[in-house]
Write a protein of this length. Sequence first.
Length: 450
Amino acid sequence: MPPAPNDDPDIPRARLSQQELNAVIHRHRAFLARQPGGTRANFKLRDLSHLDLSGLDLSDADFSGAKLFSTRLNGANLDQAILYGADLRLANLTGARLDRSDLRGACLRGAILSDALLVEADLRDGSLVRMTAKGQMTSVNYEATPLTTELTCATVRRANLSRARLSSAFVMQTDLTDAILRGTKFHRANLTNSDLTGSDLQGADLSEANLSGVRLAGAMLAGARLSNTRMEGANLVGAILDDDQLASPSLAGAIRARRFDEKSGSLAELVADHGIWMDSGGKLGRRADLSMLDMSGIDLRAVNLAAALLNGATLIGARLTDASLAMIDLSLADMRRADLARADMRGANLERATLIGANLTGARLGPIHIQSGTGHLWRTNLHRARLNEACLARADLRRANLVEANLSRTDLREADLREADLTGAELHGADLRGADLTGAIGLPRRATGG
């Protein structure tokens, strides 16, 4: 791996005192406000390690080659800032804004960028530089030393890197859970063993990238380029791909749903054994386990699969009307356009399930009483479920966990949402006419008419 500028002993970095820092920031504020005496903040090759710059407006500031080791930049505005070749190891950039920032050749090893905005940020290769006696930046040893941007072991959960450029970057063992990566360029990037669970990679360029061992469970990959992409051991359980992507040779060796084979046992026998298991309290028969199986289009109308395991199953267009699915595990399941009208799904686990365009008219998704003498109610889990454009008219969603669920353009007319948790849910364009929202948590004011 190429050395990072912050690791090179040939680059002297003058430590900035608090008084000097305050003066620079004061002049930068005047610069941003276009006031007399204002000057753009220049931190080129300065040492700002361990300082607290949280919440400051440092947009357009120049941090070229600066050392920001373990610096606190929580909520800081670094839009269009120059962080070329900067040392940001272990820096905390939680909630920071870095839209269109220049991060070429920067080292972000172990940095925290959760909830940060890096739209159109440039994280491509840079060059290792030093400062001459005349104050000019030049290549180390008078040679162009290529420097690869590094995000290894960084935490980048829920960050927005749409259209960012990370070609050839090192992004190994990085946590990109639920990150927005639409149109992001990962050409030839190394993402080995990173976690991209639930990430949105629509239209991303992953050509020639190394995604070996990457976790892409529930990720949205529609329209992403997978030409010559290495995906050995990549986990694609519940990932959403286009038909042409599913036929791509790049998916060879990836972990994904396999087609249900009746030869290994008929579905009728499996359901019968599951019924015996249920009636005997688990003493006889066998619990149905259809996890990671592709059963697209299957007819399971009125079937009893309560408490069955269907984690990561593919049920696109499946018919499950009037089915008994209480306490079922359908986490990460792909149920696009499935028909679940009037299905009993009380207490079901539908975390990160994809139900785009599904029919859940009159479905029972309220809590279920656990027969343990405690009176405990088990809530239906729809955390981060994709329910956009689904029909949930007259559905029972009492006390349902809908935290961060996508309910955009969802039909919720006359749905029972009493005491449901909608914290962080996307409700843009949802139809809530006649819905009972009594005691609902986290509902946007516009949805309540407030």
